[in-house]
Design a protein around this ligand. Structure first.
Ligand code: 5GP
Length: 130
């Protein structure tokens, strides 16, 4: 069965899309740790990031870098943190999170309250900075 992220990539499930190319897709996390929390995924569905080939992993990271640079331009933060967890969704993804301090990347703490309008506005801002 297709992963939830494959369904998002195919447009079967809506997302606040940031960018895509032929191999990658970036969109806002629906339960953001911080406003602007973005997920970057390869279109090829694979469970575990370290099962990616070297070139695929490098390409994914370079794509994530472009998104992170755009995020940093428009979101109030000290830097964009990058993390891989993958315990919930078995489709490789990188978390990009705007942070001021290390605790802003605490996956065990609560999520930020961001309205649908704010999500759309944030996605538009990041897209505009690409
Ligand atoms: P992980 O697998 O790295 O532990 O976490 C998966 C992440 O995907 C979580 O941060 C969760 O909020 C996000 N997520 C799960 N389902 C959806 C979804 O349907 N849409 C979006 N945009 N994000 C999702």
């Amino acid at each position: 069965m297709a992963s939830i992220f494959t369904k998002i990539i195919k447009g079967e499930i809506p997302s606040y899309k940031i960018a895509e190319d032929d191999k990658h897709y970036a969109f806002l996390d629906i339960n953001p740790l911080q406003p602007g929390h973005t997920l970057v995924v390869p279109k090829r569905e694979l469970n575990y990031i370290f099962d990616l080939g070297d070139e695929e992993l490098a390409d994914l990271t370079v794509f994530a870098k472009k998104i992170a640079l755009a995020m940093k331009k428009v979101l109030p933060c000290k830097r964009i943190g990058m993390s891989v967890v993958g315990l919930e969704v078995p489709h490789v993804h990188i978390h990009l999170i705007p942070i001021h301090q290390v605790s802003d990347m605490n996956f065990g703490s609560g999520t930020a309250q961001v309205s649908k309008d704010e999500m759309k506005e944030i996605a538009d801002q990041i897209k505009g900075a690409l």
